[in-house]
Design a protein around this ligand. Sequence first.
Ligand code: ZN
Length: 67
Amino acid sequence: MISYICLECRENEEIPLDVVRTMDAMDDGDSMVPPQFSCEKCGGTMYPEYYKGLHGNEYKITDVLDE
Ligand SMILES: [Zn+2]
């Protein structure tokens, strides 16, 4: 499971890895952006706490959040 965190309300959601991988595989566009989901609570963008993409790109929540 990949932990996704809402950039707006900090809601945490666990997304199954195969779902994220499928999204990643379908996204042939901007590899700078990880597969993203919408927050069920506020509709905000959810970003992975840590995810290494199919093409070796690494995404971390700390890249976009300043705690
Ligand atoms: Zn939210």
